[in-house]
Design a protein around this ligand. Sequence first.
Ligand SMILES: [Zn+2]
Ligand SMILES: [Zn+2]
Length: 103
Amino acid sequence: MPCYYHPDRDPIAGCVECGRLVCAECAMEENERTLCRKCYERRLARSATGMYGEERKDPVVAALLSIIPGMGQMYNGEVAKGLILLFIFIVLLMWMLDLTPWF
Ligand SMILES: [Zn+2]
Ligand SMILES: [Zn+2]
């Protein structure tokens, strides 16, 4: 198996995040661990923009997260909290649109 990014070079290490083999040029050191270029860049982006760093790269997800309450929580694994917020949002929306069957 050659370097993931250079098919003609021998790898010196494997990325601890994704397991890809990387050559000396592609290996990135972080806290004495070896990361490939992609994982290193992803880490930098994540630490630069906080925990929402990855979501911000996807405009569709970012839009959904900002428009619909609860989506952000569900996306972060807080499903119960997200469902409650989503339920409140739907009830409020129906109330505003005069769609509630129980009033
Ligand atoms: Zn990697
Ligand atoms: Zn390489």
